[in-house]
Design a protein around this ligand. Structure first.
Ligand SMILES: Cc1cc2nc3c(=O)[nH]c(=O)nc-3n(C[C@H](O)[C@H](O)[C@H](O)COP(=O)(O)O)c2cc1C
Length: 390
């Protein structure tokens, strides 16, 4: 796997020791007031010690939120930055690099979650349009997404919320930031004409619907003093959290967005292929939103990012095997691969790739992802590394 294990530099500033990235994973274990503790220090630094090129931390909310994951981290004040500093220091001591994933759920929050009531926060979205579906295990009756939404008055206020959070992340020692702009969360709500019915400069045309994400990227770049420290995670074919759009809208929106991100010289664009039928589960797309057979957003949009002289690296994720990723990197179609689930059960992803040892798989069931657990270390820090024969 010579290609995947070759070093690469983001922009001309941030060298990575290989092209394998640990994808962002919510694990719902920040039980100390939404802050990481010793379990997270061990989890991330173990993976850095085993040589991963870059870690993206679990989605971290830039504002108080009532979502389905009560023990997700937030980055709102200095106490959160201090807690994350222990994680970033430990990762750096192991020679690793770590980006902060900035997350705002928008209409995928729920006004009845205890934390929303306690903090007196509204559910914000581009427009007052309820998302279809949704489940909130911790609210009696397990309701779907809420109708009680406030349309954001001035999107620049929310951009300021992100900027403040990412400033704290920089203080906490993160090397960069991944903006979560998929999954039906706030930036993707602005991109999507079904969720965004605004009549101001943030709604309507493709250019207007992309404006929020692009202004966010500008704000986050200014915090790090360079766009190279910014990664944007997008999923053009997404279906999660009522994010689906027609093929024509998808093509138009993401062609414009990706070109504008590359023109801004962001360090990485991370494309997810969830929702396309290339993904192993053969996505169940909602009726009325078909894709051409075999459509792959990474191969379709990839050339907009990856061309001679491009300032931006192309990363991809969703159900890749090591072999497929290595081939794509060798063929010059990808720069970086992000594996997520593999890192749950394999702290030693890199040495397994190096020695041709297959990844261990989750044989403990779905509780592994988000719990319940007796201690945060359970199903989190108890996966063994493979024994390497001398
Ligand atoms: C338990 C779990 C939690 C996840 N949490 C996040 C998250 O917080 N932010 C995010 O962008 N993606 C999240 N994802 C998606 C992964 O980052 C990744 O895009 C997806 O799992 C596909 O990669 P894989 O096939 O290598 O697992 C999560 C995935 C899993 C399995």
């Amino acid at each position: 796997m010579a290609s995947l294990l070759q070093p690469v530099t983001i922009g001309d500033k941030l060298p990575l020791r290989n092209r394998v990235v640990m994808g962002s994973m919510t694990r719902n274990r920040c039980i100390d007031n939404n802050k990481p503790g010793p379990a997270q220090v061990k989890h991330y630094s173990d993976r850095a010690r085993h040589g991963v090129g870059l870690i993206i931390n679990e989605g971290t909310f830039v504002d108080w939120t009532g979502c389905d994951w009560m023990h997700s981290p937030v980055m709102i004040d200095e106490s959160h930055a201090d807690a994350w500093r222990k994680v970033t220091d430990a990762v750096h001591e192991e020679g690793g690099k770590i980006f902060f994933q900035a997350w705002h759920a928008g209409r995928i929050q729920h006004d009845q979650m205890p934390i929303m009531l306690e903090k007196d926060r509204p559910v914000l979205a581009p427009s007052r349009i309820k998302a279809e579906g949704g489940k909130y295990r911790d609210i009696p009756g397990c309701p779907g997404h809420t109708n009680n939404i406030q349309a954001i008055k001035d999107p620049r206020d929310v951009i300021e919320t992100y900027r403040h959070s990412v400033m704290l992340a920089k203080k906490a020692g993160f090397d960069g930031v991944e903006l979560l702009a998929q999954g039906g969360y706030l930036p993707q709500q602005f991109l999507n004409s079904r969720a965004n019915k605004r009549t101001d400069v943030y709604g309507g045309s493709v250019e207007n619907r992309c404006r929020f994400t692009l202004e966010l990227v500008d704000a986050l770049s200014s915090v790090f003093g360079s766009p190279e420290a910014i990664c944007v995670k997008i999923d053009p074919t997404d279906i999660y959290n009522d994010s689906v759009v027609t093929f024509d809208e998808m093509k138009e929106t993401y062609t414009y967005l990706i070109k504008a991100l590359v023109a801004r010289k962001v360090g990485i664009i991370n494309i997810t292929r969830r929702g396309a039928d290339t993904s192993a589960g053969k996505a169940q797309r909602p009726e009325g939103y078909p894709l051409p057979a075999g459509y792959d957003p990474v191969l379709d949009f990839g050339p907009l990012v990856k061309y001679p002289g491009s300032p931006t690296l192309l990363m991809a994720n969703y159900d890749y095997t090591v072999e497929e990723a290595d081939t794509l990197v060798s063929e010059g179609k990808l720069d970086l691969i992000s594996f997520a689930r593999a890192f749950i059960c394999n702290p030693d992803v890199i040495s397994r790739i190096k020695h041709g040892i297959p990844f261990a798989h989750n044989d403990r069931g779905s509780v592994v992802h988000y719990g319940p657990y007796r201690t945060p270390d359970e199903n989190y820090n108890d996966w063994p590394a493979a024994v390497i024969e001398a």
